[in-house]
Design a protein around this ligand. Structure first.
Ligand code: PGA
Length: 251
């Protein structure tokens, strides 16, 4: 049985509340008839309340781009999974490569953030992926395997089964250099195989998104691959027509 496609837009550090609300409103209208695809957008923390309010009665879910490890306390500048949940979001992106590379998040920190999501009742979208030197050294599976080993250690099969995993090769993010459908599918198949250590329903249920320079013109080819269940979209998620085209390619 084919898994239900899941397209998520990561707005990164774009769109203050008024602009984010306007984009959400346009997407809500343009995507109102979509029934066969799960859709979510991830605005900045500041814009979360406006976007959540705008999309409350719609078929578009809302994600944060990050969560804190702790639930509350003296952690200046952080926002907890509990706060994001109370604000009304359903999902959280965890371990995005920009968090790992620019903000120094280790696999161990990513693991604690995945646990924070489950503690709070948010559905994590866990990002994994290799850098260009790692790809050139043929280490993509070793790197992704290690990221999964650490991030998912200690989770129950039910929790792992509730994850979305986003395979995002770092060399393809924001570079215009998209992985070929076959290259992406190979790593997705590796991830699916990695999930085989859990009861069968886990590998069957987990949706694996591809991320890295996805746009309207290349989405169909990627989404046609058997192991690609959706996309995590950066730049193209900021343009209504592009994001709508990607969702339509999934449905
Ligand atoms: P991009 O970003 O689509 O702009 O390459 C993807 C991501 O970072 O999730």
């Amino acid at each position: 049985m084919k898994r239900r496609p899941f397209i998520a837009g990561n707005w990164k550090m774009h769109k203050a509340p008024a602009e984010a609300d306007a984009l959400a409103e346009q997407l809500k209208r343009a995507l109102a008839d979509v029934t066969a695809v799960d859709i979510a957008v991830a605005p900045t923390f500041l814009s979360l309340p406006a976007v959540i309010a705008r999309l409350r009665h719609s078929n578009i879910g809302v994600a944060s781009q990050n969560v804190a490890v702790e639930a509350q306390g003296a952690f200046t500048g952080e926002v907890s999974a509990e706060m994001i949940k109370v604000a009304g979001a359903q999902y959280a992106i965890v371990g995005h490569s920009e968090r790992r590379q620019v903000f120094g998040e280790t696999d161990a920190v990513v693991a604690r953030k995945v646990q924070a999501c489950f503690r709070a009742g948010l559905a994590p979208i866990l990002c994994v992926g290799e850098t260009l030197p790692e790809r050139e050294a043929g280490q993509e599976e070793a790197v992704v395997g290690r990221q999964l080993d650490v991030a998912l250690a200690g989770l129950s099969a039910d929790q792992v089964g509730a994850l979305t995993i986003a395979y995002e090769p770092v060399w393809a993010i924001g570079t215009g250099k998209v992985a070929s459908p076959a290259q992406a599918n190979d790593v997705h198949a590796f991830i699916r195989g990695w999930l085989g250590r859990y009861p069968a329903f886990v590998a069957r249920n987990v949706r694996i998104q591809y991320g890295g320079s996805v746009k309207g013109s290349n989405a169909a080819g990627l989404l046609a691959q058997p192991e690609i269940d959706g996309a995590l979209v950066g730049g193209a998620a900021l343009t209504v027509d592009e994001f709508v085209a990607i969702v339509q390619a999934a449905g």
